[in-house]
Write a protein that binds this ligand. Structure first.
Ligand code: ADP
Ligand code: MG
Length: 335
């Protein structure tokens, strides 16, 4: 590695560690980290490629926050406490202004979670950012996707469809008021990892996953892993009131039903999808009523019909509903 790259790391990616568990941070061959007693380490990595996972027009600050948030979302889905992260950075050139803004965005995103950057790798090439997030869970308490049970209710946190609406906005396929645009763009570049929610629901939840590929796709992951089927009531999907309003009034320049397609298949929402048994429902409903979490009951876990695949079915007002035929015209938003 050239001297230039060493000084780059020193200048932009070396900060005093916040966690006492960091014995050695950036600067040696490896970081040295203590896993707290009786806890298990959970680790996840995500890579963002310029032009593929974010538009070329994204600012360095936005690229950093998106890379960080999307990676840390996986810790939320496990009910984990975040501790550290590492950064794989492939850069076309070492542009100081770019690095300064990127580093500012990265540490700003990490601050609410007190996460320390403890190492990484820096190489030259097409702009690509990898963040590996590390967290801990109490022994055998990690939330997983293979533990949904027949009879569970299915919940989703926050709002759905924001990520896909934001992408449509960034691609100039829709227009929105300044206020709604600001909201959507911030949801796209800083999809707040649902760490607090993941921890709050962990004791009461059977299975959980974060929604990165779209509600239906990620619900299917729970179905397959847990060997069950899921029914999603599309009339109950939580849509942000401003997005709903703009769509109703035709203000987005797009058809009303697109919103359902965004919510079901759009992806990029980074909300948590989780299942709750009948006996734990009062506990989860109390968290919702006390506004400790924002989550909506959107469906249920059922047995797969004998001889059939594990499926995710949709219902509207109690009747079967087929999103693919209703929304075929909007499939180009789901790429
Ligand atoms: P080595 O050659 O021993 O693998 P490097 O020269 O790649 O180490 O990196 C030197 C130190 O800087 C290591 O501690 C590494 O973890 C850290 N580092 C490299 N790139 C980054 C980065 N983008 N962000 C944070 N730390 C980094
Ligand atoms: Mg190295």
């Amino acid at each position: 590695m050239s001297l230039n790259e060493f000084s780059l790391i020193k200048q932009f990616f070396t900060r005093q560690a916040q966690q006492s568990s960091v014995i050695k941070s950036v600067g040696d061959d490896c970081a040295i980290l203590s896993v707290p007693h009786n806890q298990q380490l959970v680790v996840s990595m995500d890579t963002l490629v310029a032009g593929r996972h974010f538009p070329e027009s994204a600012t360095p600050y936005q690229i950093a926050t998106r890379a960080f948030c999307t990676s840390v979302s996986d810790l939320a889905a496990m009910g984990a406490t975040p501790l550290w992260f590492t950064l794989g950075l492939t850069l076309p050139s070492s542009d100081e202004q770019w690095l300064s803004q990127f580093s500012e965005g990265l540490f700003a995103a990490a601050k609410p979670f007190n996460m320390d950057l403890v190492g990484g790798d820096t190489t030259k090439g097409p702009l690509t950012i990898t963040v590996q997030a590390h967290g801990v869970v109490e022994q055998d308490c990690a939330l997983q996707r293979d533990t949904a049970q027949i009879g569970d209710r299915v919940f989703v946190s926050g709002y759905l469809g924001d990520g896909a609406a934001a992408l449509a906005l960034l691609q100039h396929k829709i227009t929105a008021s300044d206020k709604l645009s600001d909201y959507l763009v911030s949801r796209f570049y800083s999809p707040m990892p649902q760490i607090a929610l993941g921890q709050a629901i962990a004791p009461f939840t059977h299975a959980a996953i974060d929604i990165s590929d779209g509600l239906l796709a990620d619900a299917q992951h729970i179905a397959d892993a847990s060997q069950v089927s899921l029914v999603v009531d599309v009339d109950r999907l939580p849509i942000h009131p401003s997005l709903h309003d703009a769509m109703q009034k035709g203000m987005l320049g797009y058809e009303r039903d697109a919103i359902l397609s965004w919510a079901l298949t759009g992806g990029d929402d980074y909300q948590l999808l989780f299942t709750v048994s009948e006996s734990q429902l009062p506990a989860v409903n109390a968290l919702i009523e006390d506004k400790l979490i924002h989550a909506t009951d959107i469906g249920r876990v059922v047995a797969a019909n004998t001889g059939e695949q594990y499926t995710v079915q949709c219902a509207m007002n109690g009747a079967p509903y087929s999103p693919s035929s209703q929304h075929r015209g909007y499939q180009h938003f789901t790429a």
